[in-house]
Design a binder for this molecule. Structure first.
Ligand code: GGG
Length: 353
């Protein structure tokens, strides 16, 4: 029997509620497909921080390295600065395991209402590919005269030719594989940021020349934000820097109905390291502990994990079960206008699996 070792980091807030639901789905699909998941739960995150003064042990990355994949819930706590929680757990994992491609699909499912007034028959089905290891998230900079009136903070964005080239190439290859419009949109702000983003534009043009069957478009990030609302149906694969990809994928999540549906994969396409799968949403302290968080973003992230582990049938079965529940509207959490609990939505998905 094929067996997979999965590191599970439920993390903070609603992460503790959605990850057990994704595990229920994975356990059922494993029984059906005659595969096995060995889950190893790591109690890292904000509770760990309150006890030890850090989000995870010093050798956390070494502990995670041997796993086939990582399933993560959320990080963030109202009593700990966000830069501490993010830089203490999530970002080091993405960087250390070279998970340079953050893939965030945006699909408007049948039965789900978009807040946009779409023209009849228009579909939203695109994917944001976010550069995940450098750019504006590179931890380069520092404070001078810390906490003094003349304090200076320097935050440097790092764009490398290698980093841009590999994410742009990943986007083109994804566009080739996808059954979509065969189109890649590159997003920068190169009119204002005349170094890193100019290198991005040049690199995009150079890589695009290798893919004559894929059409291209280059947008400034402000125009991209506008066009996500104005013409969302026109996008297929959108490639953007770390910060822009993060912001744009919140827009893409909400126009397809809810942050509670937005899945993501942090991929090391070379497969040298474990890749990590997580919902786009954070720890949502306002609804944590109420049993009403939507588990679907995490369940769809688990389906992306199955796909990455080359368990294609299993991934499709989970996607189809979710699609059926959304189409029929038989169970919905409040973010989608329903009254069902987190567990009830998972129950409905399990019934359809
Ligand atoms: N689901 C993971 C999570 O908690 N994300 C919260 C967050 O702030 N992420 C920042 C990022 O992805 O850059």
């Amino acid at each position: 029997m094929q067996s997979f070792h999965i590191a599970v980091l439920a993390g903070d807030g609603v992460g503790q509620e959605v990850v057990p639901q994704a595990k229920r789905v994975l356990e059922k699909v494993a029984r059906q497909q005659k595969i096995q998941f060995d889950f190893h739960d790591f109690a890292w995150g904000s509770d760990y921080y309150f006890r030890h003064g850090r989000m995870a042990p010093a050798d956390a990355l070494d502990e995670l390295r041997p796993f086939d994949a990582i399933l993560l819930g959320a990080v963030g706590h109202p009593e700990i600065p966000d830069h501490v929680t993010l830089n203490g757990l999530l970002l080091p994992i993405r960087r250390a395991f070279d998970q340079y491609a953050n893939v965030r699909p945006a699909v408007l499912h049948r039965g789900v209402e978009s807040p946009l007034a779409l023209r009849k028959g228009e579909q939203i089905n695109f994917v944001v590919v976010r550069e995940n290891t450098e750019g504006e998230y590179a931890q380069v900079g520092g404070f001078v005269y810390h906490n003094q009136p003349e304090e200076v903070a320097i935050q440097t964005a790092v764009f490398t030719r290698r980093g841009i080239e590999r994410i742009v190439r990943f986007a083109f290859e994804l566009a080739k594989r996808r059954n979509g419009k065969k189109r890649v949109t590159s997003v920068t702000k190169s009119n204002a940021q005349g170094f890193g983003m100019v290198l991005w534009d040049r690199t995009f043009a150079r890589v695009a020349a290798e893919f004559s069957d894929i059409s291209t478009e280059s947008l400034l990030v402000d125009a991209a934000a506008m066009n996500f609302i104005r013409r969302p149906e026109s996008f297929d694969v959108v490639v953007a820097s770390n910060l822009f990809g993060d912001i744009l994928s919140d827009i893409s999540a909400i126009i397809v109905g809810s942050m509670g549906l937005a899945a993501s994969a942090n991929l090391d396409p070379s497969r040298r390291h474990p890749s990590m799968f997580e919902p786009v949403h954070g720890s949502a302290p306002d609804i944590a502990g109420k049993g009403i968080v939507n588990p679907i973003a995490t369940i769809l992230s688990a389906a992306m994990m199955l796909d990455h582990l080359q368990l294609t049938d299993a991934a499709q079965h989970v996607d189809q079960a979710v699609a059926k529940v959304l189409t029929e509207g038989c169970a919905r959490t409040p973010d989608l206008g329903g009254r069902n609990s987190t567990e009830e939505v998972t129950d409905a998905i399990l019934e359809n699996l």
